[in-house]
Design a protein around this ligand. Structure first.
Ligand code: PLP
Length: 475
């Protein structure tokens, strides 16, 4: 956030760093203040275009889950429809109709059936979708417990410490106590027994993750559902499950269709996912679906009439682009079930190929292999005297690859892993190029005779809590 701060002195400075030279016009304009005069479109374009070249190469970004490549037809469609505002459902009624079709398609993929009367909406991404899912849990808990809005009771939410940062935000923004089930060495999934032990009459819900950000694994939602069913019968609490399927929501229906994690399970009341991850659409689009309309509190739905027509809306944002929703529908039409299954299976095959090759490297131990979502990670079998996985990540940047290294969360913070997210555009050929680069850099690192700064840093004792804060994921 710091770099977004207004810096008055920077905007007043006359230094080279605070100015941009507009060559065509032979003049300089300020960087941190609106220029006094206009400039030709071609100059403005060139400046922004050139600055963007300094960003990383999206296709070599193996850190992000977000879609980095779409077909020219999809790009054309998105460009043509860039001006559509998703909230303006009366003006863009066909875009709204297409959003409805997408919600139906997704509810169906998540095994909603005819007597469920499922309901859902598009969002900016999983974060907004998780917020809406979490808010519904909180509102429904109050309803269940017959509590006034100003109740003194503090609601809590149970999830594993493998949670993505959005759940920390949710708990902070909406005054909910976050009850984390710590990961154990060797088991990085939600420990179901421990999760249930943390539940009480103030638990608004439990959130398993389909595609844990740290490791790419699926939590065992079926086991959680079955144990929760027994617990709910015994206590009468009726605690529901919201599945954070940010990545897995668009993998499991195609790659593991028999895996029960979705609306086939009694206590799964809502699911969220990112259309812009394995939904295969550019950022930002996400989806949230409630299995039954009754699981979405009516209180969270607003009716607005100032855009023409009385329209229901449930969203944190108001205006937002509609073109990603149209691009999601494009992908559903273009690929169909068979196409999605083929594309996702390809990513998984590449992930499994890469992980098997990486497991052959003598210093590495595979933590996960990409058999849930096409994401896997590895760690060092033993600490090396002169280098760390952070150094390998830094060296791979020289070839343009972004392969992040990071510490695992609470309880296992001593473990540093390195992760690869395989997306559809990664070919076997690219995987081989990456492997070659990894091997080359390892040879360099192995030959070091002095420890790198990151090795020295890793040897210093660190405050565990600071470390968790520093390392928690934002992707
Ligand atoms: C498990 C999980 N939940 C939520 C999110 C947030 O997703 P988004 O970036 O779509 O807001 C992510 C992002 O990686 C994630 O992995």
């Amino acid at each position: 956030m710091l770099h977004l701060k207004y810096n008055h002195s920077e905007s007043k400075k006359n230094s080279k760093h605070s100015k941009i030279l507009v060559k065509e016009e032979g003049k300089e304009i300020p960087k941190y203040k609106i220029p006094k005069d206009s400039m030709p479109a071609s100059s403005a374009y060139q400046i922004v275009h050139d600055e963007c070249m300094l960003d990383g190469n999206a296709r070599l970004n193996l850190a992000t889950f977000v879609t980095t490549s779409m077909e020219p037809e999809a790009q054309k469609l998105m460009t043509e429809t860039m001006d559509k505002n998703m909230i303006d459902k009366s003006e863009y009624s066909q875009t709204a109709e297409i959003e409805k079709r997408c919600v139906n398609i997704i509810a169906d993929l998540w095994n909603s059936h005819s007597d469920h009367d499922s309901i859902g909406c598009s969002t900016v991404g999983s974060s907004e979708a998780c917020m809406l899912g979490g808010m519904a849990l909180k509102w429904k808990w109050r309803e269940r417990e017959n509590l006034p809005t100003n109740t003194a009771r503090i609601p809590n939410l149970v999830l594993s410490s493998g949670l993505q940062v959005v759940w920390e935000k949710f708990c902070k923004y909406w005054d909910v106590e976050m009850r984390e089930v710590p990961m154990e060495e060797g088991n990085y999934k939600l420990d179901v027994d421990k999760a249930i032990e943390l539940c009480d009459e103030n638990t608004i819900g439990i959130v398993p993750i389909m595609g844990i950000t740290y490791t790419g694994q699926y939590d065992d939602v079926k086991l959680l559902n079955d144990e929760l069913d027994k617990f709910n019968k015994k206590t009468g609490y009726n605690i529901p499950i919201h599945v954070d399927a940010a990545s897995g929501g668009f993998i499991a229906p195609f790659v593991q269709p028999d895996l029960k994690w979705d609306f086939r399970l009694k206590w799964v009341h809502s699911i969220s996912a990112s259309g812009h991850k394995y939904g295969l659409v550019y950022p930002g689009v996400g989806w949230v679906v409630w299995k039954k309309e009754e699981y979405l509190p009516e209180d969270l739905v607003f009716y607005v009439d100032y855009l023409g027509g009385k329209m229901p809306t449930m969203a944190i944002n108001f205006s937002r682009p509609g073109n990603q929703v149209l691009a999601q529908y494009y992908q559903f039409l273009r690929l169909g079930y068979e196409g999605y299954a083929r594309v996702q299976k390809h990513s998984q095959d590449v992930a499994m190929y890469l992980s098997s090759k990486i497991s052959e490297i003598e210093e590495f131990k595979l933590v996960t292999d990409g058999s849930d979502i096409p994401v896997f990670c590895w760690t060092l079998k033993e600490k090396q005297d002169n280098w760390t996985l952070y150094d390998l990540g830094d060296r791979l940047l020289m070839n343009g690859w972004q392969v992040p290294a990071y510490a695992m969360p609470q309880n296992v913070t001593d473990m540093v892993v390195q992760r690869i997210v395989v997306k559809s555009e990664m070919s076997f050929d690219m995987a081989d190029m990456l492997l070659n680069n990894i091997l080359e850099h390892l040879n360099y690192l192995r030959a070091l005779t002095e420890p790198t700064p990151s090795t020295i840093e890793a040897q210093k004792p660190k405050d565990a809590n600071n470390k968790i804060q520093e390392e928690r994921f934002h992707h």
